[in-house]
Design a protein around this ligand. Structure first.
Ligand SMILES: [Fe+2]
Ligand SMILES: [Fe+2]
Length: 157
């Protein structure tokens, strides 16, 4: 998307790029945390938990790519250095529980992370509603997937 798209934007693009960059960092942290937890999960029926975690990790990785594309479309650049990811995120790294077979703790950890993501995308959706349609469309699409993630884990309780 080019010049006209950016010029016609009804929102402060610099601020929007910064919001999206924070969300971009959140996605990487979630992807890492869920992938890690999927690798180490143990206990009875761990295969199912591993599968759920891998599924949502794959979605977060996809979100990361979609948000990066949007940042670039808006004329920005995604955070370049891996070491800057946590510093630029909305929330601290969602540390997976040490107890690899404690499903209550795993569920709580995922739900907290998803709750944060829902809050972040809802805020960006509100900011862009009626003003920046392309970004609005992307963030509501991601938001609905985050809501599904929360639901999947809520139903495991
Ligand atoms: Fe996500
Ligand atoms: Fe999610």
């Amino acid at each position: 998307m080019g010049k006209k798209f950016r010029e016609m934007s009804g929102v402060d693009l610099k601020e929007l790029i910064a919001d999206l960059n924070r969300a971009y960092c959140d996605e990487w942290l979630a992807y890492y945390a869920y992938t890690y937890m999927a690798s180490v999960v143990s206990g009875k029926g761990y295969e199912d938990m591993e599968e759920f975690l891998k599924k949502i990790a794959a979605d977060e990785l996809e979100h990361q790519g979609e948000v990066a594309d949007m940042i670039i479309k808006l004329g920005g650049m995604p955070v370049r250095a891996f070491g800057d990811i946590e510093k630029n995120a909305n929330f601290p790294y969602p540390a997976p529980p040490k107890e690899t077979d404690d499903y209550d703790k795993i569920i709580k950890f995922v739900m907290e992370a998803e709750g944060g993501a829902i809050e972040v995308y809802r805020k960006i959706a509100k900011k862009t509603f009626g003003k920046e349609d392309v970004v609005y469309q992307l963030v509501t699409h991601i938001l609905s997937e985050e809501v599904t993630h929360e639901e999947i884990f809520e139903n495991l309780k």
